[in-house]
Each structure stands twice: as structure tokens, then as C-alpha cells.
Design a protein around this ligand. Structure first.
Ligand SMILES: Cc1ncc(COP(=O)(O)O)c(C=O)c1O
Length: 386
């Protein structure tokens, strides 16, 4: 008999992904985004393996739920996703890759023939795609990326007009859209976001008045949708809200009823009783303050549970929270479960999820929920529930 390492019964650590919640989150953010412009298209962001949730399944679900676009960041990830969706006969939904492609190689050419749209942040990439279009006799579809102030990638707003004029002269590509990205959209009323919005609107209007019309104009991520939605733009790019989080849990003003999709669970594999004053795990960073039991849970930073949570986080076992104790190891987390509670080997421990949202872990380590779910490693089996 062949071993089946994938078997659910073999995985002590697994991420439960609730597709019902996911679909509901999609519905909530879509409805909110369409309050100002009923025609706003939704480009659901599934980059970075759908923020750790599993890109293929999440993109498939979104396609079936009626997303207008899927957004990725890496061209190789995009190719894999296109192949997967095509194999499921889901070729209707275009994928917009938000990453930049600057080399003409086999991958670039193969993508150009598929239902994939490119981000263009400089003239030379536009020309490269134009050459590919000429060679293939098929126009690659592009979105011009304008940098209105995040200063990451994109054509500077001040240069957008002349760049658009030059791009409009390239006859073997088709400009489908224009977009920008906020730096601080998670903060309601933020002046810098307002400035970015204004700059972008002005640039787009100027280009549309005398160079070309865009089918799609977009700037809003989740924060933008919640805080800076402007009906002039006709597509939005929600990411984190689909997975059940607000970009900044403390600053959010508009709660729209989204819930965390991923719950990370593992099992208790060992329980020992220790006297007061005994140390736990590497580096002896924790000492018991009484006689107690310590449960060893078989997950660790090898699964993406941050080591920085050592002696800071809690775990949720049989309806109750327990403190983690000692340094988080690659494969083990220890928790102080006291002497009284009925806890036994193979009981489940929720490391984060429905009862203990990932944003709480994020806050403990000065990061964001995005990073917590993105980092759940490939050895953690994703189990999808509907
Ligand atoms: C260009 C772009 N658009 C949209 C998003 C989605 O943002 P969020 O997850 O905050 O909704 C991202 C995510 O980082 C992004 O880089």
C-alpha cells in the first residue's frame, strides 16, 4: 500500500478554510464597493497564494461567485492560476497581474496569449509587450500603473500624460485600464490618501480628455473601498477583506460584517507535569510559577506560527484560552494548561481563527494580519469547508 502523506488523518496541523464565510465576505465588500457606483467591477486579489489560503481554490470560488477579475502579483503564480482555472473551464475571468514584467522571455510570450492582463510601469515594458504583440499578431492587454505617492512602482503622476501619449502610439498592445495604489488608505480621512485620489483623478481626466479612454480606472484596495470610495473609478481591488480582516483593526470605521476565513489548528501530542521553577523550551525563557501541566502542541515556526509570539500568545483548547510558554520551536508550541482542566492527547488547539482572530496575534508582534496568514507554510494542509 502506498503511503498517503496528504491524508487528513496524518496532519496534526491544518488550516481550516471556511468557504461559506469567504463567499459572504466577497458579497459584503462587493455590496459596499457598489454603493457609490453600481457598475463597479471587482478585481479580487488572490496574490501570494491568496494570502496563504490557497490561490487555486479561492480563485475558483471567486470565479463561481461572479468576480469580474482576479488580481495576482507574480507572473509565474499567474501562469499557474490560469492553467488551473482553464482546467476547470473557468476561462471567463481575466487575471490582472499587479507585478511587473520587464523581460521578454518564454513566460511573457505564453502569458500574452492567455486571458491575462499586464501592469505597465514604464515605457520600455510597454514597448516590449508591443513587440510581443507584433510577433504573435495578438495584442497584449495592459493597465498603466501610475504612482501617485506610494513611491513603490509606477509611472510618476507628473509623467503619466506624456507616457500615455507614447503608449497610445504602440499599435500592438491594447490599453485596458489605468490604476494607482494607496499608501495609507486604512486610515479614515487621511489627507495623503485624499491627495493621491485627487492626483490620480486629475491625471486620468487629462489623459481621457485628449489621448484615450480607459475601460477600467482603479485605485482602491480594501482601505480605499471602506474609506475613500469615489464613483468615478469603476473597478476596486479588495484583498484582505475577502479573507475576513480590516487593514487596520483599530482604525476601521466601517465594519461590514466580514469574518476570518482561516482557522489554524493543531493537536496536543504530549502532556507533562512539572514542578514550580522548571524551565520550558530553548533558551529557558519561561519558568513555571507553580506545579502545573504543560501541553506540547505539534506546530511551530516551521508551520508559519511566528517565533516572536513566544511567551506572548494564547491557544484555545476545548473552549478555553491558555498561555503559550517558552520559546516557540520549529515544530512545537508549549502551553500551560494547569492541573485541573480535562485535556488529553489529540485534543485540538486553535492557534488562531474564529475564536482568536489572526489580527490579535499580529498585534502582539507588531505586524498585520496579512503577514500572519501569508506565512502559513506549505506543510500545513489546507482543508476547505463549505
Ligand atoms: C496593488 C494592490 N492592489 C490591491 C491590493 C489589495 O489590498 P488589501 O489587501 O489591503 O485590500 C494590494 C495588496 O497589497 C496591492 O498591492
Amino acid at each position: 500500500m502506498n503511503l498517503k502523506p496528504d491524508d487528513k488523518n496524518f496532519s496534526d496541523t491544518f488550516a481550516e478554510i471556511d468557504l461559506k464565510i469567504f463567499n459572504n465576505n466577497f458579497k459584503k465588500i462587493k455590496e459596499y464597493a457598489r454603493r457609490k457606483n453600481g457598475d463597479t467591477k471587482i478585481c479580487s486579489i488572490v496574490k501570494a497564494n491568496a494570502y496563504g489560503h490557497g490561490m487555486n481554490v479561492m480563485a475558483e470560488e471567486l470565479s463561481r461567485q461572479g468576480t469580474d477579475y482576479l488580481g495576482t502579483a507574480d507572473y509565474s503564480e499567474t501562469a499557474a492560476l490560469r492553467n488551473y482555472l482553464d482546467s476547470k473551464k473557468l476561462n471567463r475571468v481575466p487575471i490582472l497581474c499587479l507585478g511587473l514584467i520587464t523581460e521578454n522571455n518564454e513566460l511573457t510570450e505564453s502569458l500574452a496569449g492567455k486571458n491575462i492582463e499586464f501592469s505597465v510601469a514604464d515605457i520600455s515594458s510597454a514597448k516590449m509587450l508591443d513587440n510581443i504583440g507584433k510577433k504573435l499578431n495578438r495584442k497584449p492587454l495592459i493597465h498603466i500603473q501610475v504612482d501617485t505617492g506610494i513611491n513603490r512602482t509606477g509611472i510618476k503622476t507628473e509623467e503619466a500624460y506624456s507616457a500615455a501619449a507614447e503608449i497610445s502610439g504602440l499599435k500592438n498592445i491594447k490599453v485596458k485600464g489605468i490604476y494607482s495604489h494607496f499608501a495609507t488608505s486604512e486610515i479614515p480621512g487621511n489627507k495623503y490618501s485624499e491627495l493621491q485620489l485627487k492626483k490620480f483623478k486629475t491625471a486620468v481626466k487629462e489623459i481621457e480628455e485628449s489621448i484615450m479612454k480607459f475601460e477600467l480606472r482603479h485605485i482602491s484596495n480594501t482601505g480605499g473601498i471602506l474609506n475613500f470610495n469615489d464613483g468615478y473609478f469603476n473597478m476596486v481591488r479588495p484583498g484582505i477583506s475577502l479573507y475576513g480582516f480590516y487593514p487596520d483593526e483599530k482604525k476601521v470605521k466601517h465594519r461590514i460584517g466580514i469574518e476570518p476565513v482561516m482557522t489554524l489548528k493543531s493537536k496536543i501530542k504530549f502532556i507533562k507535569e512539572l514542578d514550580k521553577g522548571e524551565s520550558i523550551s530553548y533558551g529557558r525563557t519561561f519558568f513555571t510559577n507553580r506545579r502545573t501541566r504543560i501541553a506540547s502542541i505539534s506546530a511551530g515556526y516551521g508551520d508559519g506560527y511566528p517565533r516572536a509570539l513566544s511567551n506572548r500568545s494564547k491557544v484555545f483548547i476545548n473552549g478555553k484560552f491558555y498561555k503559550t510558554t517558552g520559546t516557540v520551536c520549529m515544530d512545537w508550541i508549549m502551553a500551560d494548561i494547569g492541573l485541573k482542566d480535562k485535556i488529553k492527547i489529540n485534543d485540538e488547539a486553535e492557534l488562531f481563527g474564529r475564536n482568536y482572530p489572526a489580527h490579535k496575534l499580529a498585534a502582539l508582534t507588531n505586524t498585520i494580519s496579512y503577514e500572519i496568514t501569508c506565512n502559513i507554510s506549505s506543510r500545513v494542509k489546507r482543508i476547505y469547508r463549505k
